[in-house]
Design a protein around this ligand. Sequence first.
Ligand code: ZN
Length: 467
Amino acid sequence: MRIGFYGAAGEVTGSRHLLEAEGLRILLDCGLFQGHRRDAIEKNRRTPFDPKAVDAVLLSHAHVDHCGSLPILVKGGFAGPVHCTEATADLTGLMLADSAHLQESDAQFFNKIHQRRGDAERIEPLYTQEDAKAAAARLRPHPYASWVALNERVRFRFLNAGHVLGSAMIEVEARTAKGVRRLLFTGDLGRRHTLLMDPPEPPRSVDWLLTESTYGGRSHEAIVDVEPIMKRVIDRACAEKGKVLIPSFALERTQEILFIFDKMMREGQIPRIPVYVDSPMAVSITEIFDRHLDSVSFSDEFKQYVAKEGDPFELKCVRYVRSVDESKSLNDLPGPMVILSASGMCEGGRILHHLRNNLDKETTTILIVGYQAEGTLGRRLEEGAEKVKIFGLEHRVWARVETVHTFSAHADRGDLLWFIGALEPRPRRIFLVHGEPSARAALAEGLKAAGIERVSAPAYAETVDLV
Ligand SMILES: [Zn+2]
């Protein structure tokens, strides 16, 4: 057996690893590289192995940095199945279509600007809606935990990863001349304690572990702290008839926040004020959540809540907004109200219009619920900027900005050390992927301190014989 690392090696996007086992070439994830335009385009266009020679893709979950390169693989001649869980199949179709739409509009905008300037620079979209559809047609959904044979000697199964709906760890088992060998790829790993998800359980007898290490050097705050902050924000909005704007990514965060509001409203902690989900993508994803409320991904606690209280995403006071006109009409409505809208870092989407119209009001609260990367509007607001630019125009910030760090779909340092430490017997070798160099180094150090050795941080395109 042999493994090659063709993405998420020393970085956190482009998850893609090629496993060779008993005559098969199996691609673990097929993610898109994200980052500065030129670097990302270059990396995404190049497939450093022959797509036609890949027998199957095993997909850990539906985030685009794990599945967003599938249309490129299919365009390159890959004609095999893409195995994934049932919820991941539903979500991936949607995520690929959205990604294609972004690629197309991005290329169009880029070309228009350069044409206007009279230069010849043009870019082609990485892939189109048609390409996304062709890739989605290869998805093969499977239930969790059931083994699927790839040939007579190699099989795999999906185990709950607790990261997002449908997310899975992938266990590949091969009957080699030396005996049965197992490789576990964590994909993205969830936290031990979250609002919705069931935590991942460390499986037994893993020979080789490929684990993510995104937060190998950081600890998250406890989940219990979130309700008092939400209560303070909503009480204030009610007292001042203000609007609460929540920039939120469409997958998971939006549904977690709806769940918190549903719970707090039912318990009478906060009044039932209108909550608008103003993002067509988030609306579609919430519909997929509704179809999979019994998924293995969800915690028992969440399932019991659903059994007792009903669908938490059908809050009586939630309005799902798809049309642009309805989105605009929210401007004229008085508070108190909550508006959840994408993008999560305020770099595009409808949230920009809500910010533009409400930043200058003292009664507005911007509630930051996700990581804000350097250089984004979300980060500037989080850092307390007094003035910001939106669509090239300057706006004074009179709104209050609050941050909740509790929501993270990723395991933190403590969670990762716990998970890896609980693998019995110890894996022969551990590969740290999906982490910046400093996070990988910090996790490797923590593992060493816990007496866990044979830990590697592979480089891009490095291949390793699994012996
Ligand atoms: Zn993910």
